[in-house]
Design a protein around this ligand. Structure first.
Ligand SMILES: Cc1cc2nc3c(=O)[nH]c(=O)nc-3n(C[C@H](O)[C@H](O)[C@H](O)COP(=O)(O)OP(=O)(O)OC[C@H]3O[C@@H](n4cnc5c(N)ncnc54)[C@H](O)[C@@H]3O)c2cc1C
Length: 391
């Protein structure tokens, strides 16, 4: 095995890093995950994820974790409604078999349980919490990694799985991300049943999306009684810097929202009128399609670190998890003579996969953020629904 007597450091314990760690441990590799979060109990945020058959779900299958996955699978989260800016429902699959079929082919799971399943699959002490990577230097045949907490660790092979703003990526590539033209405000709401009752009434555990005039609002619930809402809009790249909004100040964010989304119905205001909401602004970037960097036998990257993209096709976590099983495969299948050849093979396919998913994302974005985005999206989902055989 190429990794015999080698120490592997995976930096970042997100979907990509944890999946890779487990798959490598199944092949007896010595793996440590260095994660910035202080512990596994840091509050879970973010969207419910639908795992796709050939990517995210395939990763869970190869990891032997499908049974665990289905314990936490949320069929109701596949249900979708599209609404207009006045909160009228314009598309709904709540009453049809469409959502049932989607739940089978692209099953949904909350991020918290998914991360827990992956963490529980690892050998004890695999994850070193509170290890925020700051820099690394070449030492012998590998790297000495330095963390913000003052500790250091040696590894023969480093895998960057530290997400969209990867600190390790620059050691491999100086290709900069491209701004997509869209900024997204992520809004995580506690106890949505009480804090956002009007939204609760329309969602029934599923997802709701509204489009109009180059803007989008949406939300989806999580099993723990919280939800994630998003507000997305076309704006220049420097908007965040220049807006001067303090996103820890709910009143400031609400004032901005009422102005930016002025024509939208008041139901959305519930997100801003309770203490249980936190806000994270996320300008959306993607990496160019024709990325290339020189293969390094001691360093590679996976997931958002390698191919960040906006979330408008629901592909990011899925291709990240595919990276994990493809990298584990080339490093352990005995088909490659050395690590450099294995990584070169992996990276060539990964860059192409990332570019495909990014293209799909940008195509969706064009539809969603058109002036007639709602009509385009309603027509799109009606076409998909029409292809579903009646039961
Ligand atoms: C609002 C929103 C909705 C989304 N919806 C979907 C969806 O429906 N479907 C889908 O497939 N994808 C979706 N995505 C994209 C998806 O979240 C990402 O593509 C996915 O999380 C990438 O996984 P990753 O493991 O590469 O990175 P991450 O999940 O970002 O994990 C990176 C990890 O590295 C850690 N880290 C960061 N910096 C350091 C450091 N310096 N040192 C140590 N550790 C560090 C972080 O704490 C984190 O645990 C969405 C994204 C957003 C923002």
């Amino acid at each position: 095995m190429l990794l015999q007597n080698k120490k592997v450091a995976i930096v970042g314990g997100g979907m990509a890093g944890l999946t890779l760690a487990h798959l490598l441990q199944l092949k007896n590799a010595a793996v440590t995950v260095y994660e910035r979060d202080r512990s596994r109990h840091v509050r879970d945020q973010g969207s419910t994820l639908d795992l796709h058959e050939s990517t995210g779900l395939e990763a869970m299958k190869r990891a032997g974790l499908l049974d665990e996955f289905y314990k936490y699978h949320r069929p109701e989260a596949s249900k979708l409604r599209l609404i207009d800016r006045s909160f009228n429902i314009r598309f709904s699959d709540f009453e049809t078999d469409f959502a049932k079929i989607t739940a089978e082919t692209r099953p949904e799971i909350d991020r918290g349980p998914l991360r827990s399943i992956l963490l529980d699959s690892l050998q004890p002490n695999t994850v070193v919490w509170g290890s925020q990577f700051s820099s690394m230097q070449k030492v012998g045949n590998g790297w000495l990694l330095h963390f913000k907490n003052g500790t250091s660790a040696y590894a023969d092979l480093v895998v960057a799985a530290d997400g969209a703003n990867s600190r390790i990526r620059p050691y491999l590539s100086n290709i900069q991300p491209v701004y997509s033209g869209i900024t997204l405000i992520q809004m995580d709401v506690d106890d949505w049943q009480n804090n956002t009752p009007s939204l609760f009434a329309v969602t029934k555990g599923g997802k709701v999306m509204g489009f109009d005039n180059e803007q989008m609002l949406g939300f989806g619930t999580r099993a723990d009684g919280s939800m994630m809402a998003i507000a997305c809009f076309k704006t220049p790249e420097n908007w965040l810097e220049e807006s001067d909004i303090d996103f820890n100040d709910r009143a400031q964010v609400f004032a901005w929202f009422k102005n930016e989304f002025s024509g939208w119905s008041k139901e959305w205001h519930e997100v801003f009128t309770n203490d249980g909401t936190t806000f994270i602004p996320r300008p959306q970037y993607y990496f160019p399609f024709n990325q290339h960097w020189e293969t390094n036998e001691t360093l590679t990257m996976i997931g958002d670190a390698a191919h960040r993209m906006p979330p408008f096709a629901g592909e990011g976590a899925n291709v990240a998890m595919q990276d994990s099983f493809e990298l584990a495969e080339v490093l352990t299948n005995g088909k490659f003579s050395d690590i450099k050849t294995a990584i070169a093979h992996f990276e060539r396919d990964m860059v192409a996969r990332g570019a495909d998913a990014t293209q799909q994302t940008l195509d969706n974005m064009e539809r969603m953020f058109a002036k007639n985005g709602l009509e385009q999206m309603v027509a799109f989902f009606n076409r998909v629904k029409a292809q579903v055989p009646a039961s």
